[in-house]
Design a protein around this ligand. Structure first.
Ligand code: C2E
Ligand code: MG
Ligand code: MG
Ligand code: MG
Length: 279
């Protein structure tokens, strides 16, 4: 009896692990051919100026639709893409597409628009990153100041000299640097001073609480004050309600993005959204 139970428990456990491992392997396998099969699409989430509610730019967010797997979320496939190194070619695709779109968007509507692109730690180990950025900006005829690269603290934590150099070179090119998901990691002020950041994005887990509890509100207020004294522009992520927007305006937050204005949407929809927005 005990033996049977033991065996059952054992096999239940391996089944669970097998499912996780198999899923990972399947994602990895499918991802290897995904670029060639044109399965990726970039969605764009508009960012707005809190003061006048005008669109200032958008964040590029990767979407993947695969025939066998259906839609796979970035939270699931990005870590696997990083682990396998596939994020390097995929990340280049994102930058290329986003700059191509930005050029159109600026020409059709407003030269002031910016696009921000997420950059994984693994992409910094690519020797061609800098030349790729430089060449693609030229090819797509986009001003470096219109491109913003979002990195998380995780990138900087390794404290490797090549990261320091790459960040400095990115800054020298005139590309903007943004600290993403601020508040979720160590929230190190020393990184903010050490590296040439232009923008700080407050993680949406804090924005969620600002109208609900004083502690979160005070924290966000302090982050905004600190950021401004360091000369950083502040973006609030995950703004979902009018109350949050009003409060962020009172706290002098610069820009917002979130479902309140728009979810991430395909390029054509962003063009429509931003045209109608200014009517
Ligand atoms: P992130 O860079 O922090 O992007 C913001 C995430 O918050 C996006 O999730 C967006 O859809 C979501 N979001 C925006 N506003 C709201 C809101 O009001 N409410 C809620 N609940 N969520 C909101 P998404 O698109 O699923 O991306 C997840 C993460 O995957 C990103 O977080 C980023 O770290 C990563 N990622 C996405 N695209 C890329 C990419 O091209 N390259 C790299 N390296 N990472 C990417
Ligand atoms: Mg981001
Ligand atoms: Mg700079
Ligand atoms: Mg974020």
């Amino acid at each position: 009896q005990a033996k049977a139970l033991g065996r059952n428990t054992y096999s239940f456990f391996t089944n669970e692990m097998n499912i996780i491992i198999q899923r990972r392997m399947e994602i990895e396998e499918q991802m290897r051919g995904a670029l060639e099969r044109n399965e990726f699409e970039i969605y764009y989430q508009p960012q707005l100026d809190v003061k006048n509610k005008e669109i200032i730019g958008a964040e590029a967010l990767l979407r993947w639709h695969n025939l066998a797997l259906g839609n796979v979320t970035p939270d699931e496939f990005i870590p696997i893409a990083e682990h396998t190194g596939l994020i390097v070619p995929i990340g280049k695709y994102v930058i290329k597409q986003a700059l191509c779109f930005l050029n159109q968007w600026q020409n059709i509507q407003h030269q002031k628009y910016t696009i921000s692109v997420n950059l994984s730690p693994r992409q910094f180990r690519d020797n061609e990153l800098l030349s790729f950025l430089k060449n693609t900006l030229t090819e797509e005829n986009v001003n470096p100041e219109s491109l913003e690269l979002e990195i998380t603290e995780g990138v900087l934590m390794s404290a490797q000299s090549y990261i320091h150099e790459a960040v400095a070179e990115i800054n020298d090119l005139g590309i903007k640097l943004s600290m993403d998901d601020f508040g979720t990691g160590y929230s190190s002020i020393s990184y903010l001073r050490q590296y040439p950041f232009d923008v700080l994005k407050i993680d949406r887990s804090f924005i969620h609480g600002i109208t609900l509890n004083k502690a979160d509100c005070d924290l966000v207020k302090a982050i905004i004050t600190m950021s401004h004294s360091l000369g950083l522009t502040v973006v609030a992520e995950g703004v979902e309600t009018e109350e949050q927007l009003k409060l962020l305006e009172e706290l002098s937050c610069n820009f917002v993005q979130g479902y309140y204005f728009s979810k991430p949407i395909p390029a054509q929809q962003l063009l429509d959204f931003s045209v109608n927005h200014f009517k």
